[in-house]
Write a protein that binds this ligand. Structure first.
Ligand code: G3I
Length: 322
């Protein structure tokens, strides 16, 4: 039987996974399966700012370099994740802003330098970058992050301009969660991105994370949502798909999980602008879910023993039919 990446090949959509680099190093089953099944990889944590610049001016790309080498060895694309986010910032940066030793002017320079240094380091090796991540609240207002507070709303346009300079060939994404369907949050992202595009700002992709739960219904109109971004010139992608269940999972919840994966994948496969479908980890063995949502889990395509679940079969079927 064919692997997911073999089935995906004729569709033109890359099928990807987030990679936990410590599992990659310690667990041969994990690294073999990731290479066999996926043709795109995203570092789950190791390209984030707190990892790559743990002390001011001291860069550490060791783990991220290993991931890039692994991807090269297996002919996989790399999605860079993520440059401008409110979370997983280095302590020197957040405390510097708090105690005033990093003022607004200095912070703007630091952000510009961060984008130039990190993207410069990986120049040519990254297919698509999540340049700005999670900048909106659910009601469509901008998130009150350190970036908004210190730099104002222009930080978003600036980030994309600096990013395009640093690696002109990488596809530059805006990425967010709860934006799969048409709602206040995706409306706001759409409005901003359309505006930015009309001003010539190089934002080139709209990524929906795809963190679903069987406790909630499926998002509405995902394909139409992708399509409106396509009409203003963007590529689209599902960047972090998983579908968590409140445990123990009933057969109905397992079925709903399969539907969740299938809905997101089909929305991507049916929309020409969609270039990749990435799952946020492929095995329940290393999922971030139980740590953040206690009592929930079993969100991935494989169980903890690397047995493919019915969600895997759903993904397989959808790729085959596409
Ligand atoms: O590396 C340290 C380790 O040294 C330490 O001993 C351990 C103790 O807690 O923590 C380790 O860091 C953890 C890190 O994952 C690496 O495992 C952090 O505590 C933990 O908070 C961090 O969680 C990550 C989370 O982002 C942080 O916000 C998850 O793995 C990662 O899956 C998750 O990914 C995000 C995307 O980047 C953006 N979209 C949402 C998605 C899910 O939250």
């Amino acid at each position: 039987t064919k692997t997911l990446k073999q089935l995906a090949k004729p569709t033109g959509v890359r099928v990807g996974t987030a990679i936990d680099t410590s599992a990659l190093a310690s667990d041969a089953t994990y690294s073999t399966a990731a290479a066999a099944q996926f043709d795109s990889v995203t570092p789950e944590n190791v390209m984030k700012w707190e990892v790559v610049e743990p002390e001011r001016g001291r860069f550490d790309f060791t783990e991220a370099d290993k991931l890039v080498a692994y991807a090269k060895a297996h002919k996989q694309k790399v999605r860079g994740h993520t440059l401008v986010w409110h979370s997983q910032l280095p302590a020197w940066l957040t405390s510097g802003v708090e105690d005033g030793s990093i003022d607004k002017k200095a912070l703007k320079k630091i952000l510009k330098q961060h984008i130039a240094t990190e993207m410069g380091h990986f120049k040519g090796d990254i297919w698509a970058w999540d340049v700005v991540n999670e900048a909106f609240n659910e009601d469509g207002t901008l998130r009150d992050s350190l970036w908004l507070q210190q730099l104002g709303p222009d930080y978003i346009a600036d980030a994309f301009r600096w990013a395009h300079k640093a690696d002109p060939k990488a596809i530059l994404f805006y990425n967010d969660y709860n934006t799969e369907g048409i709602n206040a949050k995706s409306d706001a992202a759409y409005k901003l991105i359309k505006e930015l595009r009309s001003e010539g700002v190089p934002v080139q992709g709209f990524g929906v994370q795809g963190h679903l739960s069987t406790d909630y219904g499926l998002p509405n109109d995902m394909q139409a949502n992708f399509h409106r971004f396509a009409k203003v010139g963007l590529k689209t992608a599902v960047t972090e798909a998983d579908v968590r269940i409140t445990l123990p999972a009933s057969p109905a919840e397992v079925q709903a999980q399969d539907n969740g994966y299938s809905y997101m994948l089909q929305s991507c496969l049916l929309e020409r602008s969609c270039i990749s479908f990435t799952v946020w980890g492929f095995t329940d063995k290393y999922s971030w879910i139980p740590g953040v949502f206690p009592g929930e889990g079993q969100a991935n395509l494989y169980d903890e023993d690397y047995q493919p679940k019915s969600a895997y079969a759903a993904v397989q079927r959808d790729l085959q039919l596409a």
